[in-house]
Design a protein around this ligand. Structure first.
Ligand code: ARG
Length: 412
C-alpha cells in the first residue's frame, strides 16, 4: 500500500504541482492541508486544483485565533522584533503550521510531511526543526528544495497533468501573509539600491495618500494582551483585522530592511505589519507605566533573544519555555489603556493609564502637591558620585594633562 504524505498546501501553482509530483516521484498518496492564518486566497479554486492534481483529500483548517492567542500575542508581550524591525509574522506562523501538519499526519496515518519552501530560506528550517521536534519519526520532504523547476517548467508540468492553473500576470515577488503581517521578497527588491516599487505594498498606503486627519484609537490590554478597542471587547481576530485596516490606511507598518537569514545570506525584505506595529507601540507605552526600570531593561534583552529564537525556528524548545515564563511573569500588571494616534505613517501613544501604574504624579510634578524629598537628593548624589570622585582624584586627574583628557576624552 502506498504511504501517505501530508502536504502544506496553499493552492498556488507550486503546491498544486507538488501534489502531483509527490505521487509521480515518490508514489505517495497526498493529503493536502491548507492552514488559514488570516490570508486565504480562493479556497474553492484551490480545492479544485488540488483534486485535479490527484489529492486524496483536502483539508482547510482555520487557525487564525490560535495563531494570535498562542503565537502573535505572546510575541507582542515580549516586544519581539527581529533585528529591530521585523515583527516576525511569517516566522510566527511556521511552528503552528508544523503542529497542525503533525496532528493531521497522525490523524490520517501519514508517514511524511511535505512543504514547498525553497532551500535558501528560513522557513524550511523552521518547518523541518519544528516537525522533527514534535514527531521525530516523520519524514520531511521539501518539494521546492528537491525539485528545482523553473516557473515555466512548473506551468508545463501542470498542463501535462491537466491541473487547472490560473495564469495571471506573474507577480515578480514571493509573498507570505497572515494576520500579523505580510512578507515580500524577490523581483527587483533584490537590488537594495532600488526603492521598493509601489506595487509591492497591498496593506499600507504610501504617505502621499494617507488621510489629512489623524485617527485615534484606544487599545486596552489585560496582562499584556490586547482585548478591547475603543471600549468594545473584541475577539483577537476582529481586533487585529480592524487595527490592520485602520493603521494601513494611515501608512503605518511599512518596513524595508536588509536582514540576516539563518542560512547565512543577507536578504532585502519588505514587510507590511500595520496592526503589529501599532500594537507594539501601544504595548511598550503601557509597559513604560507599569514595569520598573530594571524590568524594562531586562525585558528588552529577553525580547531580543525571544525574537532570535522565533526567527531561528526554535519555538519547540525548553529555552522558549523559559523565556516565555519570564515574559509572562512580567505582564501581570500590564493592564490598562493606551490612546493611539495614527497619522502619516506613525502610531504614537497620546495617552496612557493603568490601575497599577508606577507613574506617580505626586513624585513627578513640579507643581502643587510635590511629595518628592528634594533634600534627600543631596545625600543620594553624594554617594552616587563618590566612586566617580575617588577615581578622578586618584587616577584621572593625577597625571599631567589629566584634566584636559578628562574634559575632552575623544581628543588625541
Ligand atoms: N524573511 C522572512 C522570514 O524569514 C520572510 C520570509 C517570507 N517568505 C516568503 N515566501 N516570502 O521570516
Amino acid at each position: 500500500m502506498a504511504e501517505t504524505i501530508v502536504l502544506a498546501y496553499s493552492g498556488g501553482l507550486d503546491t498544486s504541482v507538488a501534489t502531483k509530483w509527490l505521487q509521480e516521484e515518490y508514489g505517495y498518496e497526498v493529503v493536502c492541508v491548507t492552514i488559514d492564518l488570516g490570508n486565504l486566497p480562493d479556497v474553492d479554486a484551490a480545492r479544485e486544483r488540488g483534486f485535479a492534481a490527484g489529492a486524496k483529500a483536502i483539508e482547510v483548517i482555520d487557525a487564525r485565533e490560535d495563531f494570535l492567542r498562542f503565537f502573535a500575542f505572546p510575541a507582542l508581550a515580549a516586544n519581539a522584533v527581529y533585528e529591530g524591525q521585523y515583527p516576525l509574522a511569517t516566522a510566527l506562523g511556521r511552528p503552528l503550521m508544523a503542529k497542525l501538519l503533525v496532528d493531521h499526519a497522525r490523524a490520517v496515518g501519514a508517514t511524511s510531511i511535505a512543504h514547498g519552501c525553497t532551500g535558501k530560506g528560513n522557513d524550511q528550517v523552521r518547518f523541518d526543526v519544528a516537525i522533527h521536534a514534535l514527531a521525530p519519526d516523520i519524514k520531511v520532504v521539501g518539494t521546492a528544495r528537491e525539485n528545482l523547476m523553473t516557473r515555466e517548467q512548473a506551468i508545463d508540468y501542470a498542463h501535462k497533468f491537466e491541473i487547472p492553473i490560473v495564469e495571471t500576470v506573474e507577480s515578480p515577488y514571493s509573498t507570505d501573509e497572515n494576520l500579523w503581517g505580510r512578507s515580500v521578497e524577490c523581483g527587483n527588491l533584490e537590488d537594495p539600491w532600488l526603492e521598493p516599487p509601489a506595487d509591492v505594498f497591498e496593506w499600507t498606503r504610501s504617505l502621499d495618500q494617507t488621510p489629512d486627519q489623524p485617527a485615534e484609537v484606544e487599545i486596552s490590554f489585560e496582562h499584556g494582551v490586547p482585548v478591547v478597542l475603543d471600549g468594545e471587547a473584541v475577539d483577537p481576530v476582529t481586533l487585529v483585522d480592524r487595527l490592520s485596516l485602520l493603521s494601513g490606511e494611515h501608512g503605518i507598518g511599512r518596513i524595508d530592511m536588509v536582514e540576516n537569514r539563518l542560512v547565512g545570506i543577507k536578504s532585502r525584505e519588505i514587510y507590511e505589519a500595520p496592526a503589529a506595529i501599532t500594537l507594539l507601540e501601544a504595548h511598550r507605552a503601557l509597559e513604560a507605566m507599569t514595569l520598573s526600570k530594571h524590568q524594562l531593561r531586562m525585558k528588552d534583552r529577553i525580547g531580543q533573544e525571544y525574537a532570535d529564537l522565533i526567527y531561528n525556528g526554535l519555538w519547540f524548545t525548553a529555552h522558549h519555555q523559559d523565556l516565555a515564563a519570564y515574559v509572562q511573569s512580567t505582564q501581570r500588571y500590564v493592564t490598562g489603556d493606551v490612546r493611539m494616534r495614527l497619522w502619516r505613517g506613525t502610531a504614537t501613544a497620546m495617552g496612557r493609564r493603568a490601575d497599577r501604574s508606577l507613574y506617580s504624579h505626586a513624585l513627578a510634578t513640579y507643581g502643587e502637591g510635590d511629595e518628592f524629598d528634594q533634600a534627600a537628593a543631596q545625600g543620594f548624589i553624594k554617594l552616587w558620585g563618590l566612586p566617580v570622585q575617588v577615581q578622578a582624584g586618584v587616577q584621572l586627574l593625577a597625571e599631567p594633562g589629566g584634566l584636559e583628557r578628562l574634559a575632552a576624552p575623544e581628543g588625541e
